[in-house]
Design a protein around this ligand. Structure first.
Ligand SMILES: *[C@@H]1O[C@H](CO)[C@@H](O)[C@H](O)[C@H]1NC(C)=O
Ligand SMILES: *[C@@H]1O[C@H](CO)[C@@H](O)[C@H](O)[C@H]1NC(C)=O
Ligand SMILES: *[C@@H]1O[C@H](CO)[C@@H](O)[C@H](O)[C@H]1NC(C)=O
Ligand SMILES: *[C@@H]1O[C@H](CO)[C@@H](O)[C@H](O)[C@H]1NC(C)=O
Ligand SMILES: *[C@@H]1O[C@H](CO)[C@@H](O)[C@H](O)[C@H]1NC(C)=O
Ligand SMILES: *[C@@H]1O[C@H](CO)[C@@H](O)[C@H](O)[C@H]1NC(C)=O
Ligand SMILES: *[C@@H]1O[C@H](CO)[C@@H](O)[C@H](O)[C@H]1NC(C)=O
Length: 263
């Protein structure tokens, strides 16, 4: 019993069992989802085993968390003097519009809406588990923008992501439990998701949205300065508008890393 409590705190609210999953019967029969979920629960199982052998719970310290870098096409590094403030798994949709008169035109991105879940502790303690989380989270649709925890990981909500206009991705990290700040951003740099990134929900789809470096605009609070979107899962539209409606959405998930200028 003692070791179980210890491990629970070590995993920072990453739960072991998941009694209620908003998961469709049909989806559970698709092998790609089964594989990613099986990898995830097997890794979780190994952490629990490892935890049983630890005399102390690992310390949940953001100084230990390291921003993932795609070595083949690295984004510009975090600006000097900034420190990591928060890591979130974002789960939501990418919105697109499509020409109804030109089947060879590409879909146009008009923004995204996502709910953010607190992965700071997983990032600092179990980076390998964190890497799996976007693709795992992608397999479960949110039931609302305010869904309190992320399935099947039980991470708690830490904010919301939306577009204030088509060039202003915005993060509101104010929730009932804490207020880490508000960050209207602009895009600083972009890099295609690495080869081998998830195709989409159920392993079907058109690939994962690009990795990004965003910088905050005027009006940001909480000393927030830079935001990275990495380890993306899904979200890409088809290459052309052939057969697509005028507006549509594509399910996605990603890690968001928030950096601040210490005051
Ligand atoms: C993006 O970052 C890469 C790597 O730092 C750099 O080579 C490239 O020029 C940047 N692109 C833009 C548009 O700033
Ligand atoms: C349709 O879209 C393609 C790709 O963007 C473009 O090259 C072409 O000129 C467009 N055709 C018309 C009729 O607008
Ligand atoms: C994206 O789609 C969602 C759901 O359809 C909608 O609520 C949201 O307003 C859309 N956002 C944009 C920028 O179009
Ligand atoms: C995220 O979780 C950690 C560990 O449980 C906690 O210390 C921190 O306050 C949480 N952050 C937010 C924004 O909820
Ligand atoms: C998630 O929602 C989309 C509609 O946006 C639906 O097409 C898809 O089947 C759902 N996926 C799961 C796993 O429930
Ligand atoms: C979007 O919002 C930003 C920040 O408020 C503003 O600077 C920019 O001009 C706006 N762009 C458009 C196309 O409205
Ligand atoms: C990205 O940030 C770097 C460093 O702050 C700056 O030199 C560059 O102009 C920015 N690029 C874009 C496209 O905003």
């Amino acid at each position: 019993m003692f070791s179980k409590v210890l491990v629970t705190s070590a995993l920072c609210a990453v739960a072991f069992a998941s009694p209620f999953l908003p998961y469709s019967q049909q989806a559970a029969q698709r092998p790609a989802e089964m594989q990613v979920l099986s990898d995830y629960f097997s890794m979780l199982g190994q952490k629990v085993q490892a935890g049983r052998q630890m005399s102390e719970a690992p310390v949940c310290n953001l100084d230990n968390a390291v921003l993932p870098v795609d070595s083949a096409a690295p984004l510009p590094p975090v600006s000097e003097g900034l420190t990591l403030k928060h890591v979130a798994i974002g789960r939501g949709i990418q919105n697109y519009t499509c020409s109804q008169t030109n089947a060879t035109a590409p879909p146009v991105s008009i923004g995204a809406v996502a709910t953010l879940y607190n992965a700071s502790c997983v990032a600092s303690t179990y980076p390998d588990l964190l890497t799996l989380l976007p693709n795992v989270a992608l397999q479960f649709n949110l039931t609302s923008d305010d869904q309190a925890t992320l399935s099947p990981s039980y991470l708690a909500i830490s904010g919301h992501h939306y577009f204030a206009n088509t060039t202003t991705p915005t993060f509101n990290l104010d929730t009932a439990s804490q207020d880490l700040g508000f960050a209207p951003c602009s895009k600083n740099n972009t890099s295609l998701a690495p080869t081998g990134s998830p195709a989409g929900q159920g392993g079907q789809g058109h690939g994962s949205v690009a990795w990004l470096k965003l910088v905050t605009r005027e009006g940001a609070t909480g000393n927030l300065e830079e935001v990275y979107r990495v380890n993306t899962a899904g979200g890409n539209p088809p290459a052309t508008c052939a057969g697509m409606p005028a507006t549509f959405e594509v399910q996605y998930a990603a890690e968001y890393w928030f950096f601040e200028k210490p005051s």
